[in-house]
Design a protein. Structure first.
Length: 126
């Protein structure tokens, strides 16, 4: 669940709750229910959105399996070169310019990008 995605959807859902309260609200109980529904929707949306979206070309990914584990996006990272899903192959362009092929292990978390286990790296010949 991405923290920024939660904040964006919560903001939109809370705004929609206030608009509904302005037009249809009978009392504060209606507002409380609308706000609870808005926050519940934004939590559910941010939990399931990464599974529905998958990994798209250009997304930042964390490379795992070699070196230290990635925490808060720190560590070895790269960018996806093609669309992919869980347990499928993805081409990754690493920060040092090398390209690698790996398997998507998990989608993004609250503070971490999607995790990709590298199968092999391609070395550039100059």
């Amino acid at each position: 669940m991405s923290l920024s995605m939660f904040v964006k959807t919560a903001g939109l859902a809370v705004a929609a709750a206030f608009v509904a309260f302005a037009f249809y609200g009978d009392g504060l109980l209606f507002l409380a229910k609308a706000l609870a529904l808005a926050l519940g929707f934004s939590i559910v949306f941010t939990i399931f959105y990464p599974q529905l979206r998958g990994i798209r070309r250009g997304d930042r990914v964390a490379v795992v399996g070699s070196g230290l584990p990635v925490l808060f996006g720190l560590g070895r990272t790269g960018f996806a070169l093609n669309d992919s899903g869980i347990n499928k192959e993805v081409r990754v362009k690493l920060e040092d310019g090398k390209e690698a092929i790996g398997i998507v292990e998990s989608y993004e978390g609250v503070l971490s990008p999607p995790k990709v286990r590298i199968l092999y790296e391609e070395k550039l010949v100059e």
